[in-house]
Design a protein around this ligand. Structure first.
Ligand SMILES: Cc1cc2nc3c(=O)[nH]c(=O)nc-3n(C[C@H](O)[C@H](O)[C@H](O)COP(=O)(O)OP(=O)(O)OC[C@H]3O[C@@H](n4cnc5c(N)ncnc54)[C@H](O)[C@@H]3O)c2cc1C
Length: 441
């Protein structure tokens, strides 16, 4: 029997894949609801997503959606919608093809000429950050106006503090980029129509964990926070302690919970690993939902170029991207502006509202402010390179492998395979987790 700790998307997807393979297991979730950071609510009749706004549908996710009966609920984001970067107070369209790159007013002619030298530059080095790497290859302007805001926006992070080897390297590897990014761009690899579609669901992103939960509900115990992890009787398997005073014995345990919670569980049996996990940093974000006139803005939304006095990092236009009338979702804070989170919700909402009006001309009313966090994948991830877990304890989490939902699904599928005793297909983005021996199925 396998114990899965946490019923966010990772724990639930892992449960569904184990169910498919006939591996007995139980999922223990602290909260009253499944889904973790994927949460949708209805405020004044508007569907709001507090965590992810959308996901790409990889073939694996597509298969899962059919299996859990959610494929009819999909709302697809049109790949033709323009994406913008706000630079010097104005929205400028992001180029995704060669002709757009030549014409864009996001980068000066001088900046474009500098970017053309990229194929002549070396590949990344071990100690190079994404910020240093992109600036060296394309020049500072492309980094600050385009690649920095787009890449950093995915993590609410600061690419100047993220090592290429922990983050961008995997993306480039997945895209088959060994040396020149520009060359792949010119060959159409960044064409969004060719990428898996971006989607949400009619009732918001939480429909995904909800449907997964229905599929495996007989395996999931909600409102069951775990507080300890010890070797089982006679040193065989693992005993999980719950806050309610109960114990459950498992052959192996998979931790899908945030790093500081995983550290608490590992403290007794693997104090050195626990100490490492405590060093991982998260970026704190404020997510502000705004309500304005529908149909005035057409696009996916925008990110903000570096060097701007604007504190909003980016805005998703749910109105045109997902057909949610009048709804816009602004992100503030993150690694480049951590002090913003010291403000109260009302002050944050006013900044989001005022800056949105300055940039788009559209007046809005704040609907909601949520405070979220995302693993920063910054230099602190170096501690993960030497992480060693006891035999039979596994990490399957968004600080050990990719953060995005498609990455979570892929990792859960690989973990299920491993636990089912099938030959492991190691995902590329798993940082070294040396197990002392074997697997726990
Ligand atoms: C603001 C934000 C925006 C994002 N945007 C996108 C996006 O647009 N597209 C995309 O693909 N991805 C996005 N992501 C990333 C993605 O949503 C997350 O990486 C993913 O949902 C994490 O899922 P998880 O199951 O690994 O972890 P979590 O969702 O954190 O789930 C962990 C679960 O463990 C439970 N738990 C914690 N401690 C214990 C304990 N001691 N015992 C039992 N249970 C416990 C928690 O209650 C929780 O339910 C975003 C994330 C955030 C925060």
């Amino acid at each position: 029997m396998i114990g899965i700790i946490g019923a966010g998307i990772t724990g639930l997807a892992l449960s569904a894949f184990l169910e498919e393979r006939g591996v007995p297991h139980l999922v223990l979730e602290a909260g009253e609801r499944p889904g973790g950071v994927i949460r949708s609510t209805v405020v004044d009749g508007h569907i709001l997503d507090h965590g992810p706004q959308r996901t790409r549908v990889t073939p694996e996710l597509s298969r899962l959606l059919k299996q859990i009966g959610l494929d009819d609920e999909i709302v697809e984001v049109s790949p033709d919608l323009p994406l913008f970067v706000c630079r010097q107070g104005r929205l400028r369209q992001v180029p995704f093809a060669a002709h757009g790159l030549l014409r864009t007013n996001l980068i000066s002619t001088r900046g474009k000429l500098r970017a053309l030298m990229e194929p002549l530059t070396r590949s990344w080095t071990d100690e190079e950050t994404v910020g240093a790497f992109v600036s060296r290859k394309f020049g500072r302007e492309v980094y600050e106006n385009l690649m920095g805001p787009l890449f950093g926006g995915l993590y609410g992070s600061d690419p100047g503090k993220m090592y290429v080897r922990h983050s961008l390297a995997t993306t480039m590897e997945r895209m088959g980029i060994s040396r020149s990014i520009l060359w792949r761009f010119l060959r159409g690899s960044f064409n969004r129509a060719a990428a898996p579609a971006a989607i949400s669901f009619r009732e918001g992103m939480e429909a995904l964990p909800r449907a997964l939960y229905h599929f495996v509900s007989h395996r999931v115990h909600l409102s069951t926070p775990t507080s300890g992890l010890r070797r089982g009787p006679g040193g065989v398997g693992w005993r999980v302690f719950t806050e309610g005073g109960g114990t459950l014995d498992f052959d192996g345990v998979v931790l899908t919970i945030p790093s500081e919670r995983a550290a608490e569980l590992l403290q007794e049996e693997a104090p050195e690993s626990a100490a490492r996990l405590r060093l991982l940093r998260y970026n704190r974000l404020a997510v502000v939902h705004l309500k304005g006139e529908s149909g005035r803005l057409h696009g996916l939304g925008y990110q903000v170029a570096y060097g701007s006095r604007i504190r909003t990092r980016g805005v998703t236009w749910n109105d045109s991207a997902l057909g949610r009338p009048g709804v816009f979702t602004a992100y503030l804070g993150g690694a480049r502006d951590p002090d913003l989170l010291k403000l109260d919700d009302g002050e944050i909402a006013q900044i989001a509202r005022q800056e949105f009006r300055e940039v788009t001309g559209l007046d809005t009313e704040p609907l909601n402010v949520s405070r979220m966090r995302v693993p920063s994948w910054d230099r602190s991830w170096t501690v993960m390179e030497q992480l060693s877990l006891p035999d039979g304890v596994h990490l399957c989490s968004n600080y050990e492998s990719r953060v995005g939902i498609p990455g979570r699904i892929t990792r859960a599928s690989l973990m299920a395979r491993e636990l089912a005793g099938l030959p492991a297909l190691r995902p590329k983005k798993v940082l070294a987790q040396r197990q002392t021996s074997g697997s726990a199925a």
